[in-house]
Design a protein around this ligand. Structure first.
Ligand code: DQA
Length: 145
């Protein structure tokens, strides 16, 4: 698998979770769209969601073993808390783009700090599920260049 999409805690609730903030698409909808987009460009894509920090960390470690070329990650609430996830991404040395559905800069102050942004290739927020598609296109361009 060439591309990995990681979703952090509570994103399994997409579709019904605060739809005015996060939209009405489910996580399955988003994952299917991304898989289709990737395969139309000749890439394999796997998605993984967990509410547990250690499972996301283990999946990042596995990505190196699997030869994953690029990661698109929405760390969700771990964005604002997790040095461990940040270190995992640095440890496997796989380039990544950080995505948020909502505009984290237009919400509570605590959402404005990210443990990921300064080591990301890029950051997309506030564009809803489309943000994942833009990130995927940028990921593919990055791999192909
Ligand atoms: C989020 C923004 C985070 O602040 C929040 O904790 C989430 C989702 C987003 O996609 O907008 O769970 O990452």
């Amino acid at each position: 698998s060439h591309l990995l999409v990681l979703h952090g805690p509570n994103l399994n609730l997409l579709g019904t979770r605060e739809p005015e903030i996060y939209g009405t698409l489910t996580l399955d909808d988003i994952n299917q769209q991304l898989k289709q987009l990737a395969s139309s460009k000749g890439f394999d894509l796997e998605s993984f969601q967990s509410n547990a920090e250690h499972e996301l960390i283990n999946r990042i470690h596995q990505a190196r073993t699997d030869g994953v070329k690029f990661i698109v990650i929405n760390p969700a609430a771990f964005t604002h808390t997790s040095v461990a996830l940040r270190d995992a991404l640095a440890g496997v040395d796989i380039p990544f783009i950080e995505v948020h559905l909502s505009n984290v800069h237009a919400r509570e102050q605590f959402r404005r700090h990210s443990y990921f942004s300064d080591t990301a290739i890029g950051v997309i927020c506030g564009l809803g599920a489309k943000g994942y598609e833009f990130a995927l296109e940028a990921a593919i361009a990055h791999i192909e260049k």
